[in-house]
Design a protein around this ligand. Structure first.
Ligand code: NDP
Length: 449
């Protein structure tokens, strides 16, 4: 018997929280989950899912052009309806939101549709002035877009609002050059917008292998995207005609219809009452946790973006699963953060796993790099001058593949499978032992020179 209202109270019904709540309940715990907005969290409601559907929608712009070279009679003028796509995407979001809610209720998890804050090591305050108690509290409240503050920054939107725009802007300036910036730049460009990417440094996608991001930059410029580097925002002014004039250092002002900030995400810890439980935060406001997701308060745990470890949905899900299995399933589990594959759904997409060439050189000293730089068959017939690049980074001593980095059509799909081999520690020779599956793009993985 427990003296608490719940064995587990989860704050935040995103990817990590929902997984933890469902699995803990399946293991027999009495669980409640509070969500102030919609069950599903960033990934389902305003992140990975709707973004990927927009990326699919955007791809038709090129596919329809290419189709002519494959004999299809596509009219010169193909109309695109943003409102149709936006509506259909939101319907799909509603469906998944329903499925997530159903999963929780079918596992007897009590859903509390209200903001909840921590009121003590075992206490949670709800927006309706109730306070409930729990033996364990799990904080899985995610992160929010962080926006640099400068005069006029309030005229900008973030990706949260981009899904609900009334129309595709004719000209959009995207601040930042990371994941969200490159994904939305690609899709807005395909929908016909003129896109300007503005970054504070000279790089895009810091952290990815330099050859791969250089290739994306080249292809993006070739497609007509505009990049401005080493730019610090000074001010944004709204003109009479609703246009926005963005002033920045080192560049002429840019006049656009929309500014979107994609300048990183910060943990949602402000006002959450974590200090009442003695849970420590780091300098970015993230909850400090140990390898078992436990904070500096013994009864309070945290998973997902609020801990600012690896801001990726599948990582949050694994953390939620490990938390629930460890505490309620009698199966102590820790997440292995080594070799996490990731992808950017830009046009074309890129994906990577393991060490970049630079990281491998620093860590291992002796490194061998193999590449395949090719024009996919489909692009050749389509007359599309876009080359793919696959890069394999190997330990110079053992031949073990320590990194794989790719840009080109479908590379996220290809890399997920190849990441299994990289994680398993296979060598270049073992890759080469496999007969090529011809004709595919993925066959390059076993033919690299
Ligand atoms: P990223 O960290 O990927 O990129 C942030 C960009 O903004 C960088 O170019 C950075 O510059 C710049 N920047 C950061 N702070 C400032 C500032 N104060 N002023 C001006 N520029 C700044 O963040 P995103 O917002 O694109 O995405 C957030 C997270 O969401 C990602 O880290 C990723 O984990 C996740 N995500 C994952 C996706 C996927 O898996 N496909 C898709 C979308 C998001 P620089 O680095 O050059 O210094």
């Amino acid at each position: 018997m427990t003296d608490y209202d719940y064995d587990l109270f989860v704050i935040g019904a995103g990817s990590g929280g929902v997984r933890a709540a469902r699995v803990a309940a399946a293991h027999g715990a009495k669980v409640a989950i509070a969500e102030e907005y919609r069950v599903g969290g960033t990934c389902v409601i305003r992140g990975c899912v709707p973004k990927k559907l927009l990326v699919y929608g955007a791809h038709f712009a090129e596919d329809l052009k290419d189709a002519r070279r494959f004999g299809w009679n596509v009219p010169a003028q193909c109309d695109f309806s943003w409102s149709t796509l936006r509506g259909n995407v939101m319907e799909e979001v509603d469906r998944i939101n329903g499925a997530y809610t159903q999963t929780l209720t079918s596992h007897h998890v009590e859903i509390i549709a209200a903001r909840a804050t921590v009121a003590g090591p075992h206490e949670v305050a709800l927006a309706d002035n109730r306070t409930v108690t729990a033996k364990t509290i799990l904080v899985a409240v995610g992160a929010h877009p962080s926006i640099p503050t400068f005069p006029g920054h309030e005229h900008g939107i973030t990706s949260n609002e981009a899904f609900h725009l009334p129309d595709v802007p004719k000209r959009i300036l995207i601040a930042g050059a990371g994941y969200i910036a490159n994904e939305f730049a690609g899709l807005f460009h395909q929908f016909g917008a003129h896109v300007i990417i503005v970054n504070r440094t000279q790089e895009i996608l810091r952290g990815y292998d330099v050859s791969i991001r250089d290739r994306l930059l080249q292809i993006s410029i070739m497609k007509g995207l505009e990049f401005r580097f080493d730019a610090a925002f000074q001010k944004i002014e709204r003109g009479d005609n609703n246009c926005l004039t963005v002033h920045m250092s080192n560049h002429e002002p840019a006049v656009v219809d929309c500014v979107m900030f994609a300048t990183g995400r910060s943990p949602n810890t402000r006002g959450l009452g974590l200090e009442t439980a003695g849970a420590e935060l780091d300098q970015h406001g993230a909850i400090v946790v140990d390898a078992d997701n436990r904070s500096t308060c013994e009864s309070l745990y945290a998973v997902g973006d609020v801990t600012n470890r690896v801001q990726l949905t599948p990582v949050a899900i694994r953390e939620g699963q490990a938390f629930a299995d460890t505490l309620y399933g009698g199966k102590p589990t820790r997440v292995d953060y080594d070799c996490i594959p990731s992808a950017v759904f830009s046009h074309p997409p890129l994906a990577g796993v393991g060490l970049t060439e630079a990281q491998a050189k620093e860590k291992l000293g002796s490194v061998r790099v193999y590449t395949s730089d090719f024009r996919p068959m489909k692009n050749v017939l389509a007359g599309r001058n876009e080359r793919s690049l696959y890069k394999m980074v190997c330990d110079g001593e053992t031949g073990r593949v320590v990194g794989l980095h790719m840009i080109g059509p479908d590379v996220p799909e290809i890399l997920q499978a190849a990441a299994i081999a990289v994680k398993a520690g296979l060598t270049k020779d073992q890759f080469d032992d496999v007969v090529a599956l011809h004709p595919t793009m993925a066959e390059e993985l076993v033919l690299m020179k």
